[in-house]
Structures are given as C-alpha cells and as structure tokens.
Design a protein around this ligand. Sequence first.
Ligand code: GAR
Length: 200
Amino acid sequence: MTKIAVMVSGGGTNLQALIDAEKAGKIPHGKITLVIASNAKAYALERAAKAGIESTVVARKSYESQEAFDQAVVDTLRAHDIDMVILAGFLSILGETVIKAYPDRIINIHPSLIPSFCGKGFYGLKVHEAALERGVKVTGATVHLVNEIPDGGRILLQKAVAVEEGDTPEVLQRRVMEQAEWILLPQAAELLAASLNEEE
Ligand code: GAR
C-alpha cells in the first residue's frame, strides 16, 4: 500500500475529493496517512480531522531559509514513512531537497491547461483571472509530476472545461474544480500509487 501525504494551503476541496475517492474505493493502491498544511488556518485541516487523518503544519515563515523549510518537509514526510506526495492547492514553493527526496513521486494539480497560465505567480483565482482576460474559450486542469521548474514537470492528466459568456473568475474556478480537478486528482493519485506499488 502506497502511503500518501497531501499538502494543502486553503479550503481543501481537492483534499476532500481525494478523501471521498479513497472512501469510495477509487484509490485501491494508496492510503492518505498525512496532511501537511502551510498554515494553521487552512480549512483543509478540519477536513483532515473529520476524516480521522493525522495532520501537521509546516510553515515557510517559521524557517530562516528555503533549505531549512525543505529539510523540515522531508523530515516530516520521512517520519511518517510517506511514499508519495500530492500537492492539492499547496502554495509554498518546494525546493530541490524535497524534489530530490521524492523523485517522480510528487504530483500537483494546476487549474489551467498547462502550458497556458502557469508558472511563477499563477495560482488560485489569478489563473482564472488571466484566462478570462486573455479571452480563451476553453480552459481546464492539469495534473503533473513536480520537478524543479514551477508547473514544468511531465503532464499526467488533463481535462478541458468550457469558458462561458459572463463568467467571473469565481464562477470559472468552481466549474474547473467540479468538471476537472476533483475528477482528475483522484485518478492521478491512483495511477501513481499503483505504479509505486509495483516497484515494491
Ligand atoms: C485549486 O484550484 C488548485 O488547482 C489551485 O488552488 C486551488 C486550491 O483549492 N492550485 C494552484 O493554483 C497551484 N498553482 P482547494 O484548497 O479547495 O483544493
């Protein structure tokens, strides 16, 4: 069984989708055993508690350097025997130390069709604001492996979502979550968990 840590910063609706999928038997090769939040106020922590999943906070601002923060993340993951990591709206940057400790074992969900509207500065609502500003008619979500380039790792799954007349960033964000993110992320979690199970 692949032990999964989910890293979060905000509302945690993608974490909820993962919890629900696991309960429904859709992630048979993985088990979410830890939630790491970047801040103590993340509502995602309450979702973890409700689901009976252990959680902890590792905040970038509590560490003097990127390196010290990265080391704290790796130490936490190792202490819980974690095999793979899912970034589900985790907004702190993870540096080389974490990426090297978990090569091809970290996935991220991004709310656009990469390579559009991605990279540094594109997160959360900003992504949808940029898509609407550019006037695209189709957007979507992407799950990719995490490497040292922000949003630059190998693409695992993508799903397109229509932009509709009169969309606000909030309305578009919700549609992309419902029609793409909450479906793709559990699927990608099972894909990676199953492939890691085979390696054991
Ligand atoms: C999601 O839309 C996710 O794709 C996005 O943040 C939101 C988190 O929502 N992630 C990024 O923008 C990463 N660059 P959630 O906390 O409700 O899952």
